[in-house]
Design a protein around this ligand. Structure first.
Ligand SMILES: NC(=O)c1ccc[n+]([C@@H]2O[C@H](COP(=O)([O-])OP(=O)(O)OC[C@H]3O[C@@H](n4cnc5c(N)ncnc54)[C@H](O)[C@@H]3O)[C@@H](O)[C@H]2O)c1
Ligand SMILES: O=C(O)C(=O)C[C@@H](O)[C@H](O)[C@H](O)COP(=O)(O)O
Ligand SMILES: [Zn+2]
Length: 369
């Protein structure tokens, strides 16, 4: 097992990464002074529940804990206020109090939703992130928890750091291929924003990663989490540096929202968004063409899309980007690439430049005005 630490302003917490860690959750809880008289609620989704919820509950019950299970429909649609209200009712019925702990067992959807439940239940109770997707190496670390609003992604949320993150890489073996690839987008993102040698490593280990070789999974999750933890430890609440973790997200979030969360996975949208951001970088920072080519090449080599096959109205995309959380006084803020492994935050990006790049990402001219 490997361990990383996220240094928070008020509190630090560990990220445990290893094989077969689900069974160890009870002992991790006890190490963190969660005693068996604290009620637990496992929040999970309809795909993950039959695979891992029983196993986790059995381990907890054997150790003397009392744990309920709440299952939400798999998919982004569950990141909603309605689902939050439903889960709050489940917790009340099960008798959770302020000493209780929520266990988020699943991908980023469950992590964001159950994390926000923990942030708001009785004004805040502890929670543990137990990620089961590759992408959740990103979402489980850093304490951004949220649900979506009909007008866009993650508009209703909080910063609420978990008690710990327990990443059992064995869970990744059952992940559908498309979700594996989607997770690779955020792994690659971590390399692109901070560590060119990690991008090289990913490139060299593509075959073992595609085969989900244990050592390759461990290394990619470890290095991805390490970069995320390092950034979050320096800027927990996104007052500056942390915004670099949003590379590809200004366009990516707009694509997810415009398509009603039905067409792209988060990682696919972010992949297209990173290609768009790389292209903007050439225009606005004079970044070398080779960086743009390399960005597209590495994403494509992991089976990720870099352009849209469906067409979306540019005006709608622009409208959503205007409401991006990084935007200030109506000005677009983008994370742009100087080089592989080196990005910067650029304020006041001209709308014409964004439109120009969108034209290159979209297939059908008729839909573009
Ligand atoms: N909070 C953050 O910092 C942060 C960071 C990145 C992404 N996110 C959010 O994360 C969400 C995307 O997360 P995701 O890609 O994990 O999606 P997800 O949670 O929807 O999981 C993807 C799919 O895989 C299934 N699944 C999960 N684990 C499985 C397993 N081990 N075996 C088989 N199937 C499994 C799920 O049921 C789902 O159908 C988005 O809402 C995104 O906005 C948040
Ligand atoms: O942790 C962060 O900070 C990130 O930006 C990580 C992103 O991968 C993630 O998708 C996050 O949820 C985006 O946050 P938002 O503030 O743009 O909604
Ligand atoms: Zn993301």
């Amino acid at each position: 097992m490997k361990t990383l630490t996220v240094q928070g302003k008020e509190r630090s917490y560990p990220i445990y990464i290893g094989n077969g860690l689900l069974e160890k959750v009870p002992s991790f809880l006890k190490q963190h002074h969660i005693e068996t008289d604290c009620k637990l609620m496992i929040v999970t989704d309809t795909h993950v529940a039959p695979l891992y919820a029983g196993k986790l509950r059995d381990a907890l019950e054997q150790a003397g804990f009392q744990a309920g299970i709440s299952v939400v429909e798999a998919g982004e649609k569950s990141k909603s206020l309605q689902m939050l209200e439903h889960l709050t009712g489940e917790c009340l019925k099960f008798g959770l109090d302020r000493r209780s702990v929520i266990l988020a067992l699943g991908g980023g959807v469950v992590g964001d939703l159950a994390g926000f439940l923990a942030a708001s239940y009785m004004r805040g109770i502890p929670f543990v992130q137990i990620p089961t997707t590759l992408l959740a190496h990103d979402s489980s670390v850093g304490g951004k928890v949220a649900v979506n609003h009909p007008m866009g992604k993650n508009y209703i949320g909080a910063f609420h750091q978990p008690l710990m993150v327990v990443f059992d890489v064995a869970c990744l073996k059952t992940l559908p291929a498309r979700e594996w690839r989607s997770g690779m987008a955020e792994v690659i993102k971590h390399g692109l924003i901070r560590d060119a040698s990690f991008v090289e490593w990913l490139d060299e280990h593509r075959e073992s990663l595609d085969a989900r070789d244990h050592d390759a999974m461990m290394e990619s999750v470890y290095r991805g989490c390490q970069i995320k933890a390092d950034v979050v430890s320096q800027d927990e609440r996104e007052t500056g540096l942390r915004a670099i973790l949003n590379y590809g997200h200004t366009i990516g979030h707009a694509l997810e929202a415009v398509s009603g969360y039905q067409v792209y996975t988060h990682g696919e949208a972010i992949s297209i968004g990173m290609n768009g951001a790389a292209q903007l970088s050439e225009r606005l920072l004079g970044t070398n063409r080779e960086v743009i080519r390399e960005t597209g090449r590495i994403l494509k080599s992991f089976g990720l899309p870099v352009v849209c096959t469906d067409s979306w109205p540019v005006a709608s995309l622009i409208g959503i980007m205007k409401r991006d959380k990084k935007a200030q006084q109506g000005k677009y803020v983008f994370v742009l690439a100087r080089d592989i492994g080196n990005v910067e935050i650029v304020r006041d990006v001209p709308e014409e430049e964004i439109k120009r790049v969108l034209q290159r990402l979209l297939p059908d001219r008729e839909m573009k005005p």
